[in-house]
Design a protein around this ligand. Structure first.
Ligand SMILES: *Cc1c(COP(=O)(O)O)cnc(C)c1O
Length: 394
């Protein structure tokens, strides 16, 4: 899969020429918007290739370029582009190949802003869509139309972690000249490489595991040189949602420990799952790397290792009990997002009025008594103790 081993990518790739920076081990932040030329001929060469030359930081910047090389290598991609958020990366990948009159097929419960992009934003520009239960490839096939240009996937997806058979979807789409994009934020490039399975574009919210420290918003899009250049000439340069050099520098630092963080998180999450399964106040658990998960076979086939994001429902009559559980947590922080060094919890009850009866969710939505837990780097024992004392309040 990879030309270089993992530690080479994380420690050296893109940083080999340290003599250029007087031996600095950590790369400098090129905090410059613009790059000057000493001749018209040199400037002309810069203009001819704003993706790979340094002209203007909206297009390329040396600090961002280090990160770009590392992320492309991690995904086994020819090239990558960094964005100021995961949402910007997904939007750029989706918008690049579409025009009025086209049709898009998308997984039925994608990340919320991916749903808004496909359902509301694209509609304003004359692009139609179908949301399908993509855990079944036949449903994707049935939704394809003459004018379908793109299939948008997210595997595992947000909140309930349904997966798509990426190789099967890629094969189906390729045969008809339809482009595929997958949001690979959950698995990370360590555990799943969709490009190797035939997917065209891979997007990540790098805000989550890749950066891993809850201090930077970033996104990345990976693909072939030709596709990345198409995205660059289109939405990347026109919308200008690039990553700042300083945030790229922080991300390079966060990325160095990705394998260590993922290993620890997978180990602790196994303990958390074991604890939740045995707890009488837990109704159902969603975790794609648990043997009891309906698509556990696909997880084993398609991914190399586990992540630390899971969901569970609490056995109760109304969301008041969920609120008591959440409010009682001492170590786990209640917030949006996931994938940080600290354990994070998101209760679905927050988008419903207080004291909503269990089962009252809107059609197609996840249960009102579901909470999502992102396991962090705390000792397993303190995390379990915190969950146990909070569950006592239910
Ligand atoms: C958070 C998230 C996004 C959006 O990423 P941002 O960095 O917040 O813009 C996209 N997809 C998934 C699965 C996410 O969890």
């Amino acid at each position: 899969m990879q030309e270089h081993d993992l530690s080479y990518i994380l420690n050296h790739l893109g940083e080999e020429d340290r003599a250029r920076h007087r031996g600095a081990v950590a790369p400098p932040v090129y905090q410059s918007a613009i790059f000057a030329f000493d001749s018209v001929a040199a400037m002309r060469r810069g203009f001819a290739d704003e993706l790979d030359q340094t002209v203007y930081t909206r297009g390329n910047n040396p600090t961002v370029e280090i990160l770009r090389k590392k992320l492309a290598a991690l995904e086994g991609a020819e090239d990558a582009l960094l964005f100021g958020s995961g949402a910007a990366a997904i939007a750029a990948g989706v918008l690049a190949g579409l025009r009025a009159g086209d049709h898009v097929v998308c997984v039925q419960k994608p990340y919320s802003w991916t749903r808004t992009l496909v359902r509301d934003f694209l509609a304003r520009f004359g692009v139609a869509h179908s949301f399908v239960d993509a855990s079944d490839v036949e449903q994707i096939e049935a939704a394809l139309r003459e004018n379908t240009r793109l299939v948008v996937l997210e595997s595992p997806n947000t909140m309930t972690y349904e997966q798509q058979d990426l190789a099967a979807v890629a094969q189906l789409a390729r045969a008809r000249g339809i482009r595929t994009l997958v949001d690979n934020s959950y698995a990370t490039p360590l555990n799943q490489n969709p490009l190797a399975l035939g997917i065209d574009l891979v997007a990540h919210s790098a805000t989550k595991y890749l950066n891993g420290h809850s201090d930077v918003l970033a996104g990345v899009l990976c693909g072939s040189k030709a596709l990345i250049r198409e995205v660059f000439q289109g939405p990347y340069m026109t919308l200008g949602a690039m990553l700042s050099p300083h945030d790229a520098w922080l991300m390079i630092r966060g990325l160095r420990t990705l394998p260590l963080r993922m290993r620890q998180v997978a180990e602790t999450t196994a303990r958390v799952i074991e604890f939740l399964k045995a707890h009488p106040k837990i109704e159902q658990i969603w975790y794609p790397h648990d043997a009891d998960y309906p698509q556990a076979g696909l997880s084993r086939r398609q991914t190399r290792g586990a992540s630390g994001l899971l969901s569970f429902t609490i056995r109760c009559d109304t969301t008041a009990a969920v609120e008591r559980f959440c409010d009682a947590l001492q170590r786990v922080l209640m917030t949006v997002s996931w994938g940080g060094y600290e354990s994070l919890l998101f209760p679905v009850a927050v988008v419903y009025p207080p004291d909503t009866r269990v089962g009252q969710q809107r059609p197609g939505q996840v249960p009102v008594n579901l909470v999502r837990l992102s396991v962090g780097l705390e000792e397993a024992d303190s995390l379990l103790a915190d969950l146990a004392q909070a569950l006592d309040r239910v």
